[in-house]
Design a protein around this ligand. Structure first.
Ligand SMILES: O=C(O)CCC(=O)C(=O)O
Ligand SMILES: [Fe+2]
Length: 370
């Protein structure tokens, strides 16, 4: 059914890079009890998938947000990736410019400079990222030596996120939806043409005065565009999730965990039963405010030619998630492909701040009449 266990990643030369500042702080962090932790070590046990499905189901109905532990990568393998990201993003600007992503066309493969988008009128964002798309022919491009020299290590990590963690998570969702094995996994074959990618990100710290000008915001409220997003938890705060009563919760660091964010495609596919997580990044707590905030994220997306049409699920039928009350706009939207949705959403990042939709990700607007 498409789940492949990858061998673990060997320690490479990257391990000798200077370590990142992994700070230990509680300030600004919420309570971990608010979100479930799925222990993947039980996945292959008899009833393991249904136990994990039972644990995840309520989260999918509310925030779409939870953690995974024991996901098959050692702490030092994850740390090695953070360090590699730091190494790439510390390269001189002129060098990174050789690897610019074709952002205007919605293509993130390569370097995305800080300040690419206007966050508030006249004010540009403070984050840059280096993106590595899947190891497929159509994604080939030039990369700095830091990438090419570590290519096999990077792609093994990439594949583990996609084919192991991603497939297991999709299998759990298939169990929740009571659909045949493979219904979702098969739409995410690693060899299919899609825009899944690994992000090495870096937020440049701002002064307290600048933070105030930006309403303390690093990344405004948004949902992610693919199916699932996996963020490797680290101790630098700032990530927040919107909960059903409309308030925001700080996301606590759970050492050794992977943070899961549900993204738009799952909301489309389930007639809105599963919620695309509304999240944002604010300036980290005071004691971390001067720290460069690195992140490491895998964005899992289905094949680009898959449709936004919903899947046939006995659970959804029983619960009445059948699209009967969908707006004409939503019905129309469902006829488009995954690639079309992702490209249109990405393009919106380039809309001037004064014309941007305030406080309401488009997925909220499309589904609010349900
Ligand atoms: O940096 C983070 O914690 C989250 C970033 C994020 O939401 C994104 O890149 O889509
Ligand atoms: Fe996000």
């Amino acid at each position: 059914m498409g789940i492949h266990t990858q061998p673990s990643i060997p320690t490479s030369s990257v391990a000798s890079y200077p370590p990142l500042p992994f700070l230990d702080t509680k300030e600004g962090m919420g309570a971990v009890e608010d979100f479930p932790v799925l222990d993947f070590s039980i996945f292959d046990e008899p009833n393991g998938i249904s136990a994990l499905a039972n644990k995840a189901q309520a989260a999918f109905e509310t925030t779409g947000f939870f953690y995974i532990t024991n996901f098959g990568l050692e702490d030092n393998e994850v740390k090695e990736q953070f360090e590699l990201g730091k190494q790439i993003l510390q390269l001189p600007k002129q060098q990174k410019e050789n690897y610019l992503a074709n952002l205007a066309d919605g293509d993130y493969n390569g370097w995305r400079p800080a300040g690419s988008i206007e966050q508030f009128p006249g004010l540009r964002d403070n984050w840059e990222a280096y993106h590595i798309y899947k190891d497929n022919k159509e994604n080939e491009r030039n990369h700095p030596a830091e990438v090419t020299e570590n290519k096999s290590m990077i792609y093994r990590f990439h594949r583990h996120c996609h084919e192991d963690v991603g497939s297991k998570m999709l299998r759990i969702i298939e169990a929740i939806l009571e659909v045949p094995e493979g219904t979702l996994v098969d739409q995410h074959g690693y060899d299919k043409n899609c825009s899944s990618f690994l992000r090495y990100g870096k937020y440049h710290p701002r002064t307290a005065e600048d933070n105030e000008k930006f309403n303390n915001m690093y990344v405004k409220d948004h949902t992610d565009f693919g199916s699932l997003t996996f963020l490797f938890s680290n101790s630098i705060g700032g990530l927040q999730v919107r909960v059903p009563d409309g308030t925001w919760k700080d996301i606590p660091h759970v050492p050794g965990s992977l943070i899961v964010i549900t993204a738009d495609i799952l909301q489309f596919w389930t007639y809105g039963y599963m919620r695309s997580t509304v999240h944002r990044v604010v300036a980290p707590p005071a004691e971390q405010q001067d720290v460069e905030r690195y992140n490491l994220i895998y964005f899992l997306r289905p094949a680009g030619d898959a449709l936004l049409n919903s899947i046939q699920s006995p659970l959804l039928q029983r619960l009445g998630f059948n699209g009967k009350n969908d707006s004409a706009e939503l019905v129309e939207r469902r006829r488009s492909s995954v690639e079309d949705w992702i490209l249109k959403q990405t393009a919106k990042n380039w809309v001037p701040a004064s014309d941007q939709r305030e406080q309401e990700p488009e997925i909220d607007a499309l589904f609010k009449k349900l």
